[in-house]
Design a protein around this ligand. Structure first.
Ligand code: SF4
Ligand code: SF4
Length: 415
């Protein structure tokens, strides 16, 4: 696709990057076939090719409008289109650039601005959220299921094994996950401990930066990334083996630190090193001898998050680990389609997110599994309130050593 950058932004780093990405597009439209919003809405402007054209128009001097913003807002950033594209168009990166321009160039209605500001103020900051969370836990029995799933009663820190092994890896606690489901990283720590690996937490690390970045607040997102790099760096210099990220949505972002901070002279090299060390837990387990892990075999429907299969390109890795341990994985139709969670999407686009969730749950529950397993806290929180099956992180299935742990294996509807 031909692009002519308007004079006013010619030479701008992001404009040049966007133009390079757009030039790779041959406007074949294959990507529309796997785009959830195009399939739901049937409008070219709500498919990847149409969104590329709209960003191209901005690049060439078109006015940023609320209408373009609406179509870009509806994108889930699921990146299914990237997996489908035969020309390797980096759509996700292009979308981030386009959203950044619109955020500064097309003022939103006040209600939208306030909501987005509140999300950025609360969600990436566990210290700000904790008092609210603690109050919610007290009131939990009185709250609707949709809120109860966010209020994990929590586990005692005694569930976290001490750092007794020579092999050590860092683990990211993140922001929402450490309040909504601390049990996931605790499960990871117990599984890794049995494999002879100690997982180490660094309390100064926090949100991966994705939430702000994908809401168009790029500098704010980059500051979260710099903070994590500073927090982890002493451990990196001490020879830590890997950085494990149990939420695939955060994992894909940390793996991109190197690219996102490539222009920052103080952080470019460190960011590259951090990204190179980052692993999804399935990547680690796939390379280990799992003979010592005892599990209770179950029929599992695995919901492969978009950030795992399209973002990190790890399609099939977690499934392989679960099957090698004896779990019976049921088939799931259209596994490439997003469940509608997509970070803050389910809060900002509840109607579309709800339709996608219903479609996803119908495919996940069709073969009557015992449990639905995911690899991302956002998907779990989105699916769980409407699911008739327990929705858990797949590491929880490995951590219970074949015993029923009760709470974590029950869906909120059953609680
Ligand atoms: S599949 Fe790729 S090349 Fe074809 S229209 Fe979509 S982004 Fe462009
Ligand atoms: S990222 Fe997902 S929702 Fe957005 S255009 Fe691509 S396939 Fe469609």
């Amino acid at each position: 696709m031909q692009v002519r950058i308007q004079d006013a932004i010619s030479g701008d780093r992001e404009a040049e990057e966007a133009a390079r990405i757009i030039r790779a597009c041959v406007h074949c439209g294959f990507c529309n076939a796997t785009c959830p919003t195009y399939r739901l809405l049937g409008d070219e402007l709500d498919g990847p090719r149409g969104r590329i054209y709209q960003i191209k128009a901005l690049l060439e001097g078109g006015r940023p409008t609320f209408n373009i913003q609406k179509h870009l807002d509806r994108c889930l950033t699921c990146r299914a289109c990237e997996t489908t594209c035969p020309s390797g168009v980096e759509y996700g990166r292009l979308l981030d650039i386009g959203r950044g321009w619109l955020e500064s160039g097309a003022p939103r209605p006040l209600t939208q601005r306030v909501l987005r500001r509140l999300l950025r103020f609360w969600l990436p900051h566990p210290r700000r959220m904790r008092p609210l969370w603690n109050l919610g836990r007290v009131l939990r029995p009185l709250l609707p299921v949709s809120l109860r799933v966010w209020l994990d009663p929590g586990e005692n820190d005694a569930h976290w094994p001490g750092p007794r092994h020579r092999r050590r890896m860092l683990v990211l606690d993140g922001c929402v996950q450490q309040l909504a489901a601390a049990r996931i990283n605790q499960a990871a720590a117990r599984v890794f401990d049995r494999l002879g690996i100690s997982l180490i937490r660094v309390p100064e690390a926090g949100c991966c930066g994705a939430l702000s970045y994908h809401l168009g607040a790029h500098e704010e997102g980059l500051d979260f990334m710099r903070r994590n790099i500073d927090a982890w760096w002493p451990q990196v210099e001490a020879g830590i083996e890997a950085i494990v990220v149990t939420a695939s949505g955060c994992g894909v972002t940390v793996k991109e630190y190197g690219r996102l901070l490539a222009h920052d002279p103080d952080y470019a090299v460190k960011a590259q090193a951090i990204s190179a060390l980052t692993r999804d837990p399935a990547e680690i387990l796939a390379a280990e001898d799992l003979g010592g892990l005892k599990v209770k075999p179950r029929r599992v429907a695995f919901q492969s998050p978009c950030t795992l299969q399209h973002g990190q390109r790890l399609n099939g890795v977690t499934e392989g680990v679960l099957q090698s341990l004896g779990f019976d994985l049921v088939g799931v139709e259209d596994p490439h389609l997003c469940c509608g969670s997509a970070g803050t999407y389910s809060l900002l686009q509840p109607k579309l997110a709800g339709e996608l969730r219903d479609r996803k749950l119908a495919t996940l529950e069709k073969a009557d599994p015992d449990v639905i397993a995911s690899a991302n806290i956002g998907c779990m929180l989105h699916l769980s309130p409407a699911s008739r099956r327990p929705v858990v992180h797949w590491l929880e299935l490995l951590a219970d050593q074949g015993r029923e742990t009760g709470r974590s294996i029950l869906s909120p509807i059953q609680r």
